[in-house]
Design a protein around this ligand. Structure first.
Ligand code: ADP
Ligand code: MG
Length: 555
């Protein structure tokens, strides 16, 4: 039974569709890049699944992508002989958006086209971009390994619903047919299409074929070789950028990348990118599909969690190993030591890249830090072996800077320390504004001693894992006794001798009685200049702000 059914798009899909059509119109040719990218992913996945089950090839091992036009019917068709989709997969992939946090992301949209267009880049719209130029899209597909009667036809005008029905389909793989809107005739012009393919999809590792000009058979339009396997100096910036958009599913350009081939006992290639903008689900620590693992050019998985630690989950790219067996299993990915070697190399390359950027291109680094700083800081907690390197990359707001920007490194702080100052001082708070107006800063301000102001969630853990840096202790100004003498500077001696008077002692006593059982002690102190009182915890104890944070998290 064909079982034709009409299904409403999930609400999120309708919103994304609307957004894509309206905000990306000025860049409409990218729809072809997205469809070719999907076709290439589908070929990758077939090749991988066929490693374990040769029969999936159904006798046709020549994986390729085809682009055809029909001027009379005004259709543009992208065909692949990749993995294809079952009916369930069609319903799931072409009707819903499964990424967690999608709704929250969409709520942030403003209706301002330019802004939304750049936001949608973080999202990666893919398939739905077909509706920029088409008023009807038909997908014919059959999953490799299922019989011809398991073909599926999906069709939609991109308005609110789609239809699915089973069809007979001898060919495995997927065919996407775009019925072009009025005025989009340029996409029926083979020359125009060739130019678009060369511009965006030259790096695709499978051949992209189009009817030859003379009408005699198909010719390959792209270079059709794995970009990361080519020598660095033969790859142009534009090629690196185009490849990034494909692997990262990002509309934007990358911020930076590093490409290296490692020869030796283990041989492998790394091509790692740092994106320009954080994806909307960066905080979803489960969302770790940034790196694709290949073995000798064959795609294996994008779920090899061990390839990168969580604090580098923003990195995108490709790892291609010469040594791992092709039939590498999930369990092996957990245990194989070669993967550990690659992981350490990847960490090193990324940290090298960031250090170089921080030194040579501070503005670019500032952009990186704005987007990913709070994630990188997790590294101090997660990666003991690289703790000092990561700490050196960290940037903070401080009492010596203004505004929200985190620009002060620990090294810059140390350089500015006053003679005689014994520690790196910091204050944690729920917000930067709260930190800036804290009474704990008064004595430090007065003495001209800089205090780092930490208001990111991860900061409490960061300082808990970094007791010292380059031999200097990190000290919370809201904890324990602050000995004014240890702050350095000239006023030290004078203030040191000014003892607290009997009046203060009497006041402290009354407060102690009034707050009985709620505070451990009330002390007259020289650390305040303008405020009458502040809360202090003992050293080694959880700070007031950390206590609040843990409460919020329900711990
Ligand atoms: P993405 O590529 O980022 O996953 P897309 O919107 O481009 O998102 O595609 C959505 C999903 O639809 C893909 O993840 C894939 O599962 C499926 N899909 C799209 N095109 C194809 C195709 N040509 N062959 C097989 N599956 C496809
Ligand atoms: Mg895609």
């Amino acid at each position: 039974a064909a079982q034709r059914q009409t299904v409403d798009f999930q609400a999120e899909v309708r919103q994304v569709l609307d957004l894509v059509i309206h905000s990306l119109y000025s860049n409409k040719e990218i729809f072809l890049r997205e469809l070719v990218s999907n076709a290439s992913d589908a070929c990758d996945r077939l090749r991988f699944e066929a490693l374990g089950d040769e029969a999936l090839y159904e006798g046709d091992t020549e994986l390729a992508i085809r682009i055809d036009v029909d001027r009379k019917a005004r259709t543009l068709t992208v065909t692949d002989n990749g993995i294809g989709m079952s009916r369930e997969e069609v319903l799931e992939n072409l009707g819903t958006i499964a990424r967690s946090g999608t709704r929250r992301f969409l709520e942030r949209l403003s209706g301002d086209q330019a802004r939304d267009a750049s936001l949608i880049g973080q999202f990666g719209v893919g398939f739905y971009s077909a509706f920029i130029v088409a008023d009807k899209v038909t997908v014919l597909t059959r999953r490799a390994g299922l019989g011809p009667e398991h073909g599926v036809r999906w069709e939609s005008d991109g308005e609110g619903s789609f239809t699915v029905e089973n069809i007979e389909r001898p060919e495995r793989g997927t065919q996407v047919i775009l019925h072009l809107r009025k005025g989009e005739g340029e996409f029926l012009d083979p020359e125009r299409l060739r130019a678009i393919v060369r511009k965006y999809s030259d790096h695709i590792a499978f051949p992209i074929r189009m009817q030859a000009a003379g009408g005699d058979g198909y010719e390959t339009v792209n270079r059709a070789s794995a970009l990361w396997r080519r020598p660095r100096k033969e790859i142009s910036e534009d090629e690196y950028k185009a490849f990034y958009r494909h692997v990262a599913h990002d509309f934007d350009e990358p911020l930076a990348w590093v490409h290296s081939r490692v020869e030796g006992r283990h041989q492998y290639t790394l091509l790692l990118y740092v994106p320009r903008r954080a994806p909307f689900d960066l905080w979803d620590r489960q969302q770790r599909r940034g790196l694709k693992l290949y073995v000798r050019r064959v795609y294996i998985t994008d779920e090899a969690e061990r390839l990168l630690p969580a604090y580098l989950r923003f990195v995108r790219g490709v790892v291609d190993s010469d040594d791992l067996p092709l039939n590498v299993s999930r369990e092996m990915l957990q245990e194989d030591r070669r993967l550990g070697v690659i992981r350490n190399a990847a960490i090193k390359r990324v940290l090298d890249l960031l250090e170089r950027m921080a030194e040579k291109e501070p503005e670019k680094y500032a952009q990186f830090w704005r987007e990913f700083g709070a994630v990188l800081k997790e590294g101090v907690i997660e990666d003991a072996a690289n703790r000092e390197r990561i700490a050196a990359l960290a940037r903070f707001a401080s009492s010596a800077t203004e505004g929200e920007a985190q620009t002060v490194s620990l090294d810059a702080y140390i350089e500015r320390m006053r003679p005689g100052q014994d520690a790196i001082y910091y204050l944690t708070a729920e917000s930067l504004a709260a930190a800036r107006s804290s009474p704990h800063l008064e004595i430090f301000r007065r003495r001209g001693v800089e205090v780092l102001l930490l208001a990111d969630r991860v900061d409490e853990w960061f300082v808990a894992h970094l007791p010292e840096y380059k031999g200097k202790r990190l000290r919370n100004v809201a904890q324990g006794e602050i000995d004014p003498a240890a702050l350095g500077g000239e006023e030290a001696a004078r203030e040191e001798t000014a003892s607290t008077g009997a009046l203060e002692e009497a006041l402290a006593k009354r407060l102690r009685e009034a707050l009985e059982g709620r505070v451990r002690a009330v002390r007259a102190s020289r650390r305040l200049v303008e405020s009458p009182a502040c809360l202090v915890t003992d050293e080694g104890e959880i700070s007031v702000s950390f206590g609040r944070l843990l409460k919020q998290l329900g711990r």
